[in-house]
Design a protein around this ligand. Structure first.
Ligand code: SF4
Ligand code: SF4
Length: 374
């Protein structure tokens, strides 16, 4: 592998050498697969496991899987699950509390993680993981559970060549081509993948494959497919002055309008690849001799989440939607130096009320713009 070269060709018929290289480094390989009508991360052991035989169709409040005879392997863009569940687990035991004759003992759950290589991560989700890195690892205290999972994860991204009605990663500058935070990136062509390495670990694995350099025309074809995906995205998140407009609209009637539609069901936060709210549960055994303290995903849409010192800070759905959107698109930037949104579109796809984040942002800005004109 020459230093001046940065992309290679991996023919689909030879893809199993990639699995062999990953297994030789003791990685368990996961890829998005359909099981019981849902897309989730499943173990893959050979190339045939990657041929999904389904494509997804996403729209506002709607997700459909269609069986397909197409020979495209990564025809599903993404399901409800992002990379979040692999690093920030939905349930994480933290402490076991045991009643003893001498009193009570506390045993901390030690972080442990297996080596996982995930094939099929999309650019929006890789960008989301980088945001979560800042949340969980960037401050004075690091989350040891997240850290262990993160350090054991090898990310094999697949650049998007088609987008859905709800995707807007191009306007968030997070996709459809993966930019950073990946180990290996693949772009699917008809009979082969263009392969790029994004880290030392990725480079080591690519070198072991002994691939040939990608001819310029194939690399250009891959770039054109990705570019077409970017320009085909109909949704664009407005960027101008959004945080300030949201702060100024704290008391807007717009939030009451959203609340007439929002069910406060928390779907948007559960599927969001960057949301990190959590709660702590204590689960005693039936004999009340031990108890397990578990961190579980929570949501700012859950009424209990706003309780503090006997008072609920966000008693209404309007309060909760305002909090979510203002944090995601506004104050997140103050906290973590980036938006909390990567444009994956899941919150819009999976909202049973069909509430579209981009449309709501445009509504807030539109109201602001109109007031400034008057
Ligand atoms: S915006 Fe939609 S998904 Fe989110 S809580 Fe409201 S109804 Fe549920
Ligand atoms: S806010 Fe919505 S579009 Fe943005 S990252 Fe979260 S789920 Fe995706």
């Amino acid at each position: 592998m020459s230093d001046s070269v940065d992309s290679w060709i991996l023919k689909k018929v030879s893809f199993d050498i990639f699995f062999s290289a990953l297994k030789s480094e003791d990685y368990k390989v996961l890829s998005p697969q359909v099981e019981d009508g849902a897309v989730t991360w499943f173990e893959a052991s050979e190339a045939d496991d990657l041929k999904q035989g389904f494509s997804d169709q996403q729209n506002i409040g709607s997700y459909r899987l269609n069986q397909t005879e197409s020979d495209v392997w990564f025809s599903i863009v993404h399901g409800a699950q992002s990379l979040k569940s692999l690093t920030f687990k939905p349930r994480q035991a933290t402490v076991k509390i045991i009643k003893t004759e001498a009193g009570i003992s506390f045993q901390a759950e030690q972080p442990k993680a297996e080596k996982i290589a995930v094939i099929g991560a999309r650019a929006c989700d890789v960008a989301a993981l980088q945001i979560q890195d800042r949340v969980f690892l960037g401050g004075a205290y690091q989350d040891e559970y997240f850290k262990a999972n993160r350090e054991s994860l090898l990310i094999i991204a697949v650049n998007c060549t088609h987008a859905h009605e709800t995707c807007f990663c191009a306007s968030m500058n997070t996709g459809p081509k993966v930019k950073a935070g990946f180990d290996i990136a693949l772009t699917e062509l008809k009979d082969a993948f263009i392969v790029e390495a994004g880290s030392m670990a990725g480079k080591r694995i690519v070198e072991a494959l002994n691939l040939t350099v990608a001819p310029k025309d194939m690399s250009k074809q891959a770039d054109r497919l990705i570019e077409h995906c970017a320009v085909s995205q109909k949704k664009r998140m407005p960027q101008q002055n959004l945080p300030q407009a949201l702060y100024e609209k704290q008391h807007s009637e717009h939030w009451d309008d959203v609340a007439t539609r929002c069910l406060s069901c928390a779907n948007c936060t559960m599927v969001c690849p960057t949301c990190f709210c959590h709660a702590i549960e204590e689960t005693p055994d039936m004999a009340r001799q031990t108890s397990e303290r578990v961190r579980v995903w929570d949501s700012c849409f859950n009424p209990e989440h706003g309780y503090i010192h006997g008072k609920n800070m966000r008693p209404t759905t309007a309060d909760r939607y305002r909090m979510w959107m203002t944090h995601k698109l506004g104050s997140w930037i103050d906290q973590f130096d980036s938006s909390g949104c990567t444009g994956c579109g899941r919150c819009t796809t999976w909202c049973p009320a069909g509430i579209d984040l981009v449309e709501e942002a445009i509504a807030v800005l539109g109201e602001d713009a109109m007031e400034k004109k008057a």
